[in-house]
Design a protein around this ligand. Structure first.
Ligand code: CA
Length: 434
């Protein structure tokens, strides 16, 4: 049996029992080697593997890949080659790194391929041309609608008929570890007569996953829901940092803007949809109302069972778990999101990112934002160090982790983690104004 499909397959590289990255995972990423060279790579256990070195040593010669495909600062060109190539490369890597392989026994240049993760810097894996963020968790949309509008009519009339989304901003999507700075902006509570300017007082996280797309068909052509998964390269964890006071004032009528685009953090290893296939889960049924035909999809296996958690560590203190959720709760599946996104002919490029929207589960412990956990700050939570939190404080590190587990096989995403730093001081310009 091929190691990617064999639950018992093991790599000769050390992989701890609780690792998210056994030989059955083979995610893709980009890292800076100890000598400063940037390459595309994969990861097994705590070892980063240089795919460019493997290609130069001739290990991909049967795949007829373009020269220098992995000697790049992003995976975009590789992703653009499409699913048959993604599969062939993963399969080849697993064959090389399985116990007893010819590579393990005979490759004299392993030192040029394998690096201890602690000696490399893992960076943003794709140049994200376009970023779309959906709003696909019924529980999250219901909670937010209850808080800001009307508990009796929490979902707006369109919500059960289409996957609501908006076009985000890709310029401020950062890899895990990149610092996040508290944004300045206009804030106005409903009770205030006029807005004020200053640092957001309600910085929040949103627990999300993102899928990275392959190259879509030409502009004008829709991706049918039943074909959509072939256009999904893989997934990451995503923290959609949000400033709730800025959001509440600015979002009508066109939706989120500056409350969202100051920072978005993603986990750096893209786990392929193929690696996640054993963990398919059923999507909630959509019978009332039935979606329009172009969105109809069998609920069986339409979602993924990814166990998620969010922890907050105040500066110098231990972390406190504030949420445990699961990606399987999503009302609209990734395939439905992609089918909807392209039904008007919108072009999807290799390396686009699509956020799921906040992943909230049915109960309080599974809410995916502080907005919901503390009910807009009215029910603060107590941290392990005795302090309380309504939203995120300066110096807090927010970390999200996610993994799938079944029949002894664990495939995970590692983590996305970032620390919030104080707002920048804003100075009035000395230029005379009219
Ligand atoms: Ca979001």
């Amino acid at each position: 049996m091929h190691p990617l499909n064999d639950l018992n397959a093991q790599s000769f590289l050390r992989v701890s029992e609780q690792s998210d990255f056994p030989i059955q995972n083979i995610p893709f990423g980009v890292f800076i080697r100890p000598d400063g060279v940037i390459v595309c790579g994969t990861r097994i256990g705590e070892t980063a593997i240089d795919l460019n070195a493997l290609q130069q040593l001739g290990h991909f010669k049967d795949l007829d890949l373009p020269d220098g495909l992995f000697a790049q600062e992003s995976l975009n060109d590789f992703i653009a080659l499409g699913r048959p190539i993604w599969r062939a490369v993963r399969s080849c890597i697993a064959d090389l790194f399985v116990q007893g392989s010819a590579y393990a026994q005979g490759e004299p240049h392993r030192k040029e391929v394998e690096f201890d993760l602690s000696n490399v810097e893992v960076i943003l894996p794709v140049i994200i041309g376009d970023y779309t963020d959906f709003y696909a968790s019924r529980e999250h949309a219901t909670n937010v609608g209850s808080m800001f509008r009307d508990p009796e009519n929490a979902l707006l009339p369109n919500w059960l008929h289409l996957p609501v989304g908006y076009h985000g901003r890709s310029s401020t999507i950062f890899e895990s570890g990149f610092p996040v700075i508290r944004p300045n902006g206009q804030r106005k509570a409903p009770s205030d007569a006029t807005p004020t300017f200053g640092p957001s007082q309600k910085v929040d996280f949103e627990l999300e996953m993102a899928f990275i797309t392959g190259q879509g068909p030409e502009a004008g052509q829709a991706i049918p829901v039943e074909d959509a998964e072939a256009y999904i390269f893989g997934l990451t964890l995503l923290n959609d940092w949000s400033a709730r006071d800025i959001q509440q004032w600015e979002y009508v009528p066109l939706g989120p803007f500056l409350a969202k685009n100051f920072a978005t953090s993603i986990s750096p290893w893209i786990v392929t949809l193929d690696a996640l296939t054993p963990f398919k889960a059923d999507r909630p049924s959509q019978l009332d109302p039935l979606p329009l035909p172009y969105l109809q999809q069998e609920p069986t296996g339409a979602n993924l069972d990814v166990r998620l958690e969010v922890v907050i560590a105040p500066k110098g203190h231990a972390e406190t778990t504030v949420a445990r959720s699961n990606f399987k709760h999503m009302y609209w599946s990734m395939a439905q999101q992609l089918a909807h996104h392209t039904i008007n002919g919108c072009l999807i490029n290799a390396g686009d990112a699509m956020g799921s929207g906040t992943i909230s589960g049915p109960d309080k412990g599974s809410y995916g934002s502080m907005l919901e956990i503390t009910w807009n700050g009215t029910e603060p939570i107590t941290m392990a160090d005795g302090s309380s939190r309504s939203f995120i404080e300066d110096g807090d590190t927010v970390t999200m982790r996610g993994y799938c587990e079944k029949d002894g096989l664990r495939i995970g995403f590692g983590e996305v983690s970032a620390t919030l730093y104080p707002a920048r001081e804003w100075k009035q310009s000395s230029i005379t104004k009219n």
